[in-house]
Structures are given as structure tokens and as C-alpha cells.
Design a protein around this ligand. Sequence first.
Ligand code: CU
Length: 314
Amino acid sequence: MDTNKTLMLPGAKSTIAGDVDSLFNFILYTTGAIFILVVVVMMYFAIRYRQRSGKAEVTSGRDYNHVLEVIWTVIPSILVMVVFFWGFKVYMKMNIIPRDAIEIKVTGQKWFWTFDYDEGINIVNELVIPVDTPVKLLMSSQDVIHSFFVPSFRTKMDVLPNRYSLLWFESTEVGEYDLFCTEYCGKGHSEMIGKVRVLPKVEYEKWLVESAVEDTTTPLAELGEQLFKKKACFTCHSIDGSRLVGPSFKGIFGNPVKHNDGTTATVDENYIRESLLDPQAKVVDGFAPVMPTYQGQLTDREIDGIAAFIKTLK
Ligand SMILES: [Cu+2]
């Protein structure tokens, strides 16, 4: 994660970030200066013309000053125009997507991010991109409104259900950056955290090739444990027996589980497979039917791995 700990935003690491910061600082410092000026003048008048014992109250007879009127109309108008045109220029730069941008599909859902690449790669909570390359994100939500925010890139866009939104940026430095959801989206909102991993171009190409081939060598239970983290199952399931949004995996394998329709089933490989591909088919008693389907997102071997992993959690 970005270790740049400051009161302000973390270091600017995209092509647009510098523009955003300049405009932000301009607004901050001009309003700051005006604020100080107003407070100082106000305090001066309050002291200078305070009521003193023995003296009659004096109120100025003047109620109009042409020069003052012109000054405090013209200066703020100019400032507002500057902020408008400056902001418009940066806004256009943020919204005109370069033709050569690589496109990645982003899906937000309670409470994690999924990134789909043309190469057939599908990862959760980690966006991997090449440095110095424009990246276009095509975003949508499976449920409620989320918002995609990378502070280091100064870029943020709402992610909506039933509608696509677009966002582009170009990172300027290799590294790992925080990714947050900035639209309150329910109980797990604060855990809807990911990262953006920016790789040198050559390494990105290598990553694409390596990630596109299926992992057939990792032992099943280990693969399942990796997926538990990679697919963000942990946002809803614990492995230590504590109850989160979903039931804990600890000790469930081989034991009966009660469903909200009164039926009972034994947790085995088939049951886990069904839970992943058609989660609402049987809903565990006492839990809401909010488990997302992993249909099309997990290979058979990966499902085997998850079952093997759950089996180890005695
Ligand atoms: Cu969210």
C-alpha cells in the first residue's frame, strides 16, 4: 500500500493528478487568503469601533461606496471565471479517452471488485496495469451504487447498476496504490478495498501470459486457500468460526446444515459446488441470500480446490 502518509492526498501518480492538484491548491490558497483577510479586517473593526463607556454610539452615515462595490464584484467574478475555465479544461482532459487505451471491465458488487481482461483473466480486488499506458475502465455494478476511487491517481467515478460508466487514467510510476469504494454500499463497505498494481510494460506482458494459463500444479487445498483470499470470500466468510455476513467455514464440512425452507443437507463437494454456482438454490437458515454466484468465474479445478480447502477447516 502507499506509504505516503500525509494530511493531504498521497503522492500524485497519474498524468491527470498534477492538474487536479494545481487547481485544488489554487482554490485552497485563494479562498484561504480571502478568509484570513476577511477575519483580520473584521477583528480590526470590532476592536477599533467597540463601544466604550462614556462615549455615545457612532454609526457611519455612509451607505454606498462605488469603488468598493466595483472591487468586490469584479475580483470574485474573475476568480470564479478562472476556476470555471481551468476546471473545464481539466474535466475535458479527464473525460476524453485516448483511442489506444487498453480496456478492462470492472464489476463492483457487495463487497468487492472484479477485473476482467480481454485475455480471459479474471481477478478480484487487484487491478494490474502497465505504467505509462492509458487504461480505460468500463464499469458496472451487480447490485447497489459503488464508486471507484484511487487517491494516488486523483480519479474517481461512480459504478452503477443497469448502466455503464467509463473512467480512464494513465499511471506514471510503478508501484502499488490503494483502491477504495467511496459510495456507502452497506455493511461491508469499509472492507471493499483493493489495490492497483502498476507494472513496467514488459512485466505486464509477462503477467498477462502467465495469468492466462490455468494453474494446474498448486495442490487443491492450497489453491482453495489462495482463492479464498483472491476471490474475496473472506469479506463474508470467516475460517475461525466467527459469524460475518455469511456462515463461517470452520467445521462445516461433513456436517448437516439447516436451510431457511426447513430442509437439511450435508456439506460435501456437491453442496459446495452448488453454493458457488447457484447460491440462492439453498439458503442457510438465519442468513440473507446475498452470496453472489461464481458461475463462469471459477474453473472446475478451482471449485475442487475450494472444497478441499473447506474440508481442511476442522
Ligand atoms: Cu461499494
